[in-house]
Design a protein. Structure first.
Lengths: 354, 382
C-alpha cells in the first residue's frame, strides 16, 4: 500500500489493498484475457460495486474514491468511474426502472454507462474504458444512461441491452469496441428524470464521473511515483545511482508534490459529497480537483518517463500499460481549458468563508 | 475542508468570520505596511485577538491557551484571508511554543506573559551573510566566559528587528563541533551594548534589518534549551508555524478582488483570462490542501518536516503564475506604486507583483526541493 497523503483509516486501507490486489491480478492476466469482465465479476462478488450506492452495502463517496484509487494503482480497465457515477445518480432519481438498474449494477449483471446524447465531452467518456468481447455468451450488454436536451427540455433515459459495435484499435491496452448510435426511441427505453431534475442529476453524474476518473488517475500516478523512485535507486550512471543526482531528485520531488496534492484534492472533494457533506464545497472543489489532476498528473506521466529513460518507452515495460490506461482517464477528466474556465466561475468574494 | 472539522471547530470558525467581518477596514489594504498607521492597526488587532483569547489559542491552558492546533490554524487561515494587520513578531508563533518545549521555568515566566499580552515583540536572528539556506554554516559565535556568553557576528534580514524588544538568536558555541552540532539558541534583549541594528529595504517596501554584534555580553541563563543542540531545537520550533496556511488564503482573497475588478473593467470577458484565473485558483486550492495536511499532522503530534516543505514548494510554484497573471491582466498599470493616483487597488497589484518574486523564504526553490528529496523520498546522496 502506498504511503498516502490522506488519512484513510484501517478499514479503508484494507479496501484499497483488496481492490489494488484484484486489479493487479487481473492486469497480470495480460491483454488477451483482460477484457475486464472477470475483474468486474470479482468486484461484484466482493460486494464492491454496491459500495456508496446501495444502502445495504453501506459506504460513501470517499469509499468509492478509495476503490477508484485502488483500481488506478492496479491499472484496472473497467468502467467503474462511469458506472459508479451513474449509479449514484440513479439512486437519487428513484423509480422502478432506476431501482432495477441499480440492482443490476450492484450484482454486476450490467454495466451502467452515462452518455450525453447531444454529444460533446461526455460522449467520449463512454466510448472507451470498458473492454468486453460480445461474442462471449456470459458477457452482459451495456446499459446506457442517456442525457439529452431536446426542444429545450432535458431528459435522462435508461436504455438496456445495448450491444457494442466492432473492435476499435486504441492506445489503451484492452479490447475496445465502439459505441453504436442506439435507438433511444425503442420500447425498452425508460425515462428516469426530466426537466430541471434531469439537469441536476446529469450535472452530478458528470462531476462524479470526472472526479472518479481523477481518483483512478491519482492511483496510477502513485504507482508511477513508486516505480520511478525505485528505479532511481538501482539504476547507476557515471558511477552513482541516478537518484543521487540533484536534477533527477527534483523531478521526483515534482512527481511527489503533484501526487500528494491530487490525493488531497480528490478526497476533500469526495468528502463534501452527499449526506453530511457540503454541496457548495463539492461544486467549488470538483473542477479544481479535476483541473489539477488533468494537468499535473499528465506532467507526472511525462516525468516518470523522464526518470525511466529508454527502458520505460519499451512496450514490454509495465509503465506502458499504466500510461495507456492513464491517457484514457486523462481524456475523460475533461479538457484543461474547460476545467479552468469552470474553476474560474466559482471564484467569488468571500468564497472560502461561505 | 469544512467537512473534516468538528462542530467545535466550525463554531470557532463562524465566530472568527463574524468578528473579522465586523472589524474589517479597507485601510488594512490601502495603508503602507511599513507606516506607523499600519503598525498601530496591527497593535489594535493583536489587542482585540488577545481580548478574545484567540491570540495564543494553541498554547497550553496554563499559559492562556484555549484551543487546539486545528483551531489555531483556522484562525491563522482567516487572518490571512482577511489580510489582518499584525504587529507582534515571532513570539506568538515560534518563540512561545519553543519556550514551552525547551525553556526553563524562569524563562517561561519572564517571556510568556509579554508574548501573550502582545507587549513583547520578538524577532529571529538566524540568517547570516554566509549562512542562509545552509543554516548549519552560521558563524556568529557565543563564547562562554564565566557566567556570561560573549556574542560576535552579523545577522541579516531580521524581520521586526527595528522595533522588537527581544531576539531569538542562533550562535555557534562549539566551533570545533560538526556544523549542525555546535549551535545554541539564546533569548536576548535587543538593546544591548555592542549591538547595532541597520535597515535593509525589501523591494516590496518592507524593512528588514542587519544586526551586528561586537563583544555583546549576555547572561548565561539566556541560553534556550541545551547548549550545542540549538540547530535541532530550531528545526522543531519552526515546525510550529510551518503549515503557512495564512499565505494561500491571503492569495485567494487577492484573487477574488482581482476577479471582481476584472469583471468591472470587462477583462473578465476574455476566456483566456478566466482560464488563467481558474488555473491559479486550482494551484491555491492544492497549496491550501497541503498546508492543512501539515496542520493536521501537527494536531496529531507529528512533526511534519518534508510535508511542510511540499506546502512551501506550492508557494514557490504559485508565485510566478500569480505574477504573470497580474501583468497580463493589468499591463503597465500593474507596476504603478501605492500612493500614485492610477495605482490599481491602491498599489496592491504592484505589491503583489513584487511579492511574487519572494521565493527565498525557508530556503530557495532548489533548497526546498533538496529537503523534500532528502527527508520525504530519502533519496541517496551523490
Amino acid at each position: 500500500v502506498p504511503d498516502l497523503a490522506i488519512e484513510l483509516g484501517d478499514e479503508r486501507l484494507e479496501l484499497l489493498r483488496t481492490v489494488r490486489s484484484v486489479s493487479e491480478d487481473s492486469a497480470k492476466a495480460g491483454p488477451a484475457t483482460a477484457d475486464g469482465h472477470s475483474l468486474w465479476t470479482q468486484l461484484a462478488a466482493l460486494d464492491l460495486l454496491g459500495v456508496g450506492v446501495d444502502a445495504d452495502t453501506g459506504g460513501s463517496a470517499v469509499d468509492i474514491g478509495v476503490i477508484g484509487l485502488g483500481l488506478g494503482a492496479g491499472n484496472a480497465e473497467v468502467p467503474y468511474a462511469e458506472a459508479a457515477a451513474a449509479a449514484i445518480g440513479l439512486g437519487s432519481a428513484g423509480g422502478a426502472a432506476a431501482r432495477q438498474a441499480l440492482r443490476g449494477h450492484c450484482d454486476g449483471s450490467l454495466r451502467l454507462i452515462p452518455v450525453n446524447k447531444n454529444g460533446g465531452q461526455v460522449r467520449t467518456i463512454t466510448g472507451a474504458s470498458f473492454a468486453q468481447d460480445v461474442s462471449g455468451s456470459d458477457v452482459p450488454a451495456v446499459t446506457l444512461l442517456g442525457y439529452e436536451q431536446r426542444d429545450g427540455k432535458a431528459a435522462l433515459t435508461l436504455l438496456s441491452e445495448v450491444w457494442l459495435g466492432p473492435r476499435v484499435r486504441t492506445a489503451a491496452r484492452g479490447v475496445y469496441r465502439s459505441l453504436p448510435s442506439p435507438d433511444w426511441d425503442h420500447d425498452g427505453a425508460e425515462l428516469v428524470a426530466e426537466g430541471h431534475d434531469a439537469e441536476v442529476l446529469w450535472d452530478d453524474i458528470r462531476s462524479l464521473n470526472r472526479l472518479l476518473c481523477a481518483a483512478e488517475l491519482t492511483g496510477g500516478a502513485r504507482w508511477m511515483l513508486d516505480t520511478a523512485d525505485a528505479y532511481s535507486r538501482v539504476r547507476h550512471q557515471f558511477g552513482h545511482p541516478i537518484g543521487s543526482y540533484q536534477g533527477l531528485q527534483h523531478v521526483l520531488v515534482d512527481i511527489l508534490a503533484a501526487v500528494e496534492a491530487s490525493e488531497l484534492l480528490v478526497f476533500e472533494t469526495l468528502a463534501a459529497w452527499g449526506d453530511g457533506g457540503d454541496e457548495q464545497e463539492f461544486h467549488d472543489l470538483c473542477p479544481v480537483a479535476c483541473a489539477f489532476a488533468r494537468r499535473r498528473l499528465h506532467a507526472v506521466m511525462k516525468d516518470c518517463y523522464g526518470v525511466l529513460g529508454g527502458i520505460g518507452f519499451m512496450e514490454e515495460h509495465a509503465v506502458s500499460a499504466y500510461n495507456r490506461t492513464m491517457l484514457l482517464r486523462l481524456s475523460q477528466v475533461g479538457s484543461s481549458i474547460e476545467l479552468n474556465e469552470s474553476a474560474s466561475t466559482r471564484i467569488r468574494r468571500r468564497q472560502w468563508v461561505q | 475542508m469544512r467537512t473534516r472539522w468538528s462542530e467545535q471547530h466550525l463554531r470557532l470558525r463562524r465566530e472568527v468570520i463574524e468578528f473579522f467581518e465586523e472589524v474589517w477596514q479597507p485601510e488594512w489594504l490601502s495603508t503602507e505596511p511599513e507606516s506607523d498607521e499600519y503598525r498601530a492597526m496591527g497593535r489594535e488587532m493583536d489587542k482585540r485577538l488577545i481580548e478574545r483569547g484567540w491570540y495564543t489559542l494553541h498554547w497550553p491552558p496554563e499559559f492562556g491557551g484555549k484551543g487546539d492546533m486545528i483551531q489555531h490554524t483556522i484562525l491563522r487561515e482567516l487572518e490571512g484571508y482577511y489580510r489582518v494587520p499584525t504587529y507582534g513578531g515571532h513570539g506568538r508563533f515560534i518563540v512561545g511554543p519553543a519556550l514551552l518545549q525547551f525553556g526553563t521555568k524562569e524563562q517561561q515566566e519572564k517571556y510568556m506573559p509579554g508574548i501573550a499580552d502582545g507587549s513583547l515583540v520578538i524577532c529571529e536572528g538566524l540568517t547570516e551573510p554566509d549562512a542562509g539556506s545552509d543554516l548549519g554554516s552560521l558563524r556568529a559565535t557565543a563564547r562562554r566566559e564565566g557566567d556570561r556568553y560573549i556574542i560576535d557576528g552579523t545577522k541579516l534580514y531580521v524581520t521586526f528587528g527595528h522595533y522588537a524588544n527581544a531576539m531569538l538568536l542562533a550562535a555557534r558555541t562549539d566551533p570545533a563541533a560538526r556544523k549542525h552540532e555546535g549551535v545554541s539558541l539564546f533569548l536576548i534583549d535587543m538593546k544591548l551594548p555592542g549591538m547595532k541594528t541597520s535597515p535593509l529595504m525589501c523591494i516590496t517596501g518592507h524593512q528588514v534589518n542587519e544586526v551586528v554584534f561586537r563583544d555583546v555580553s549576555i547572561p548565561a541563563d539566556s541560553l534556550l534549551g541545551e547548549e550545542n543542540r540549538g540547530f535541532y531545537h530550531m528545526a522543531l520550533a519552526l515546525n510550529y508555524e510551518r503549515s503557512g496556511v495564512n499565505a494561500p488564503s491571503r492569495y485567494m482573497a487577492e484573487l477574488e478582488d482581482i476577479v471582481a475588478l476584472a469583471k468591472e473593467t470587462g477583462r473578465w470577458d476574455d476566456p483566456g483570462i478566466r482560464g488563467r484565473c481558474g488555473e491559479l485558483a486550482t494551484m491555491l486550492s492544492a497549496w491550501r490542501a497541503m498546508a492543512w495536511r501539515v496542520a493536521g499532522a501537527q494536531a496529531r503530534g507529528v512533526v511534519p518536516t518534508w510535508e511542510a516543505s511540499v506546502a512551501e514548494l506550492y508557494r514557490k510554484n504559485t508565485n510566478p503564475v500569480f505574477g504573470d497573471l497580474l501583468i497580463d491582466l493589468f499591463g503597465p498599470d500593474a507596476v504603478i506604486s501605492r500612493g500614485e493616483t492610477p495605482a490599481v487597488l491602491h498599489g496592491r497589484i504592484e505589491y503583489d507583483l513584487l511579492e511574487s518574486f519572494n521565493n527565498h523564504g525557508q530556503g530557495g526553490l532548489l533548497v526546498t526541493k533538496n529537503a523534500i528529496a532528502r527527508r520525504g523520498l530519502r533519496l541517496p546522496r551523490e
